[in-house]
Design a protein around this ligand. Structure first.
Ligand code: ADP
Length: 514
């Protein structure tokens, strides 16, 4: 009852701590991902804006280059000059654009027109990747008389000007979003019609998505791509998100493991505390009963209330039996305390388990006779020696005999046998008692455990006997085996390895089946 209650309380506390922690971690991951998504969206919008700015700045660059060199040609046209005069004037104007070229109004049909910064730019592709690009010229009558311009290679122009456009023209653009500082961590690439990179400013970092903007007019087919560099805030944000999500996932794992193991450990401790408290009441009872019986017997003898010498012997036997019980109990407690403290003191010497079995049966025989048990023994004269502490081993067998007596009902039959099996020596104590259900056969070897079945309420015990037997056997590199059928009986077998060292001393060997 109490265990179930504390289990519920602990589960409640455990989940009360673990669940909010898990929820918080989930919220943390969710918010981080949302914020990083927002940063990325914002960055993409900014990149898109910047790519348009770069495209525009390239147009401004071409326009200003053309304007710088066309002033003389404009003057020639205004003062009524013909095509040859205009061409001569164009040649005089310094330019890196290419070969000067003049087109009169009647030849202009078929040419394309694009507005660069509110100024019409005439253009047309020529063979071999060459383009014509020019500005409108007005004659002396104020009417458009044609276009003066250059036949140039847009690819070369872009390659020559791309870096300087970004470095000089972009920060100077008054309509620019933000400032030069904010473009510092952007990378710009010039892509040719075939998609190849022709020029770039700062190495791009591949974030998967980058904005491209197509160029117009004589630059048709070329594109500007804007992305981020590896030290851009958005890249750091992305790395941080990865780190944080991993960190939170590890934290969640740690919290979950701590909750599970912490709960299991605490529950075990609570169970142990409850077992210990029942142990104290059990042991008190165990001590009190023989003491009262001894006192009663002593008082009766003292007051000479006995009617016959046989009755006197009876009381003396009671005193002897109860004293043995007390001694065994005290031995159990002391040995157990010693083993628990991790300092077992065993006198390891060559031991013959046949002698151990015989001594235990003889010591226990008065109690067996007293309670009407028949004992069948099958113990050879000698067994191969094992290394052990004979007092402790006798004590183990006495504990098994004590249990066989305590947990038997009408069929008061006990069989003690000893023998060898696969290089080991064994002693078995079998009873025809109440037996142990398969599910509990491991549990009975735990300290303070008393099964809540059958005779346990009538029979006293501290729940130490089998735990002690198990510990002693393990300290001897051996084990205890249990075969039991509820209602039929139980057989406990002590198994010890034969000691090669002790066997070197010649000993007579006999064997009986067990
Ligand atoms: P206890 O002092 O209760 O006898 P033990 O450690 O010797 O403590 O045994 C633990 C429990 O194992 C007992 O309370 C009993 O329920 C069960 N048990 C031990 N030996 C036998 C047996 N021979 N037959 C049936 N049940 C047994």
């Amino acid at each position: 009852m109490a265990t179930r209650f504390s289990r519920r309380v602990l589960l409640f506390i455990g989940f009360g701590v673990a669940l909010p922690a898990l929820l918080l971690a989930g919220l943390g991951v969710f918010l981080t991902l949302r914020i990083s998504q927002a940063v990325e969206d914002q960055a993409l919008r900014y990149d898109s804006y910047m790519s348009k700015q770069v495209a525009e700045a390239i147009e401004v660059e071409l326009l200003s280059e053309m304007r710088r060199s066309i002033a003389l040609a404009e003057n020639a046209a205004l003062s009524g000059g013909n095509a040859a005069d205009i061409l001569t004037a164009l040649r005089q104007g310094e330019t890196e654009l290419g070969r000067p070229y003049v087109i009169l109004l009647d030849q202009l049909t078929g040419y394309s027109l694009e507005m660069f910064q509110g100024q019409p730019v005439v253009y047309d592709p020529r063979a071999g990747g060459q383009w014509f690009a020019g500005l409108m010229l007005r004659g002396s009558d104020g009417q458009v008389m044609g276009s003066g311009g250059w036949i140039f290679d847009p690819r070369q122009f872009l390659i020559n000007h791309f870096v300087s456009v970004i470095q000089d023209r972009l920060p100077a653009n008054p309509r620019m979003y933000g400032s030069y500082e904010s473009t510092r961590k952007l990378s710009f690439e010039l892509l040719g019609p075939d998609g190849a990179r022709l020029a770039y400013v700062r190495q791009p970092y591949d974030l998967g998505e980058a904005r491209t903007e197509p160029l117009r007019g004589p630059f048709e087919g070329y594109r500007v791509r804007v992305g981020v560099t590896s030290n851009a805030a958005v890249v750091l944000a992305e790395r941080f998100v990865g780190f944080e999500v991993t960190f939170i996932a590890l934290m969640v794992l740690a919290i979950a493991l701590a909750a599970i193991f912490g709960l299991r450990y605490t529950l075990r401790q609570v169970e142990l505390a409850q077992l210990k408290s029942s142990f104290v009441s059990n042991i008190t009872h165990e001590l009190k009963t023989p003491i009262s019986l001894i006192r009663l017997a002593v008082e009766t003898l003292e007051m000479r209330r006995i009617t016959s010498p046989e009755e006197g012997d009876q009381f003396l036997r009671t005193i002897g039996r109860e004293t043995d019980k007390l001694a065994q109990l005290v031995d159990n407690i002391l040995d157990f305390a010693k083993l628990e403290s991790g300092r077992p003191v065993f006198q390891l010497r060559p031991v013959d388990l046949a002698d151990v079995a015989r001594e235990a049966v003889e010591t226990f025989r008065p109690r067996l006779d007293d309670q009407g048990f028949t004992v069948e023994t099958e113990i050879p004269d000698h067994l191969p020696p094992a290394l052990g502490d004979s007092r402790s081993l006798v004590h183990c067998v006495l504990n098994l005999l004590d249990n066989a007596v305590k947990y038997s009902r009408e069929r008061r039959e006990i069989r003690v046998s000893a023998g060898t099996r696969e290089g080991r020596v064994t002693v078995s104590v079998a009873d025809r008692g109440i037996g142990i259900p398969p599910g509990d056969q491991q549990k009975v070897f735990e300290k303070f455990v008393r099964l809540d079945t059958g005779l346990v309420h009538d029979v006293k015990g501290a729940g130490l006997g089998l735990a002690l037997v198990n510990q002693i056997m393990r300290a001897h590199h051996g084990r205890v085996e249990l075969v039991s059928t509820p209602g039929e009986g139980s057989t406990f077998t002590l198994v010890l390895p034969v000691s090669a060292e002790a066997a070197a001393t010649p000993q007579p060997e006999e064997q009986t089946g067990s």
